[in-house]
Design a protein around this ligand. Sequence first.
Ligand code: SF4
Ligand code: SF4
Length: 146
Amino acid sequence: MNAKYICYCGDYCENCAVMAKVTPASKTLYEEMRKAGFEEIIHMIPGGDAFWPFLKSMAEDGVCVSCKDGSGNPGCAVRICAKEKGVEACAFCDAYPCEKFNAFFENYPVLKSDNALLREKGMDAWAKLQDERRARGFTYQDGEPA
Ligand code: SF4
Ligand code: SF4
């Protein structure tokens, strides 16, 4: 577990499909297209001039850096609030779960049990769960049970 990927809401960036699947796929696509010589001919394809730097940046910089480094919705109310309160994660906030989590729990029910684990058993237990999930290829977007 890498602490820089702990999100305020209780997600773990390395178990998000954007980091686990989209970024590696972008790297593969970019490398294969580059090897095939697309860098020289991409401008001949409509939209190619915009597509190539876009793909290159996804491959080289990553599609998403991390919640704590500013990726995701810049207006995320959870992140703004957690930063103001100075908590490492919302699970450690006295007000958790506040009303900002209502929609989150509907869309990502796994966050409820994950944050309960974080509150009750602490960071080591939560990190162990995230590492186990990562090892078996879990992503939140798969809708796979925790
Ligand atoms: S930006 Fe908001 S929703 Fe996205 S991971 Fe961070 S806290 Fe969670
Ligand atoms: S009140 Fe607490 S639990 Fe709710 S968003 Fe802010 S830091 Fe997170």
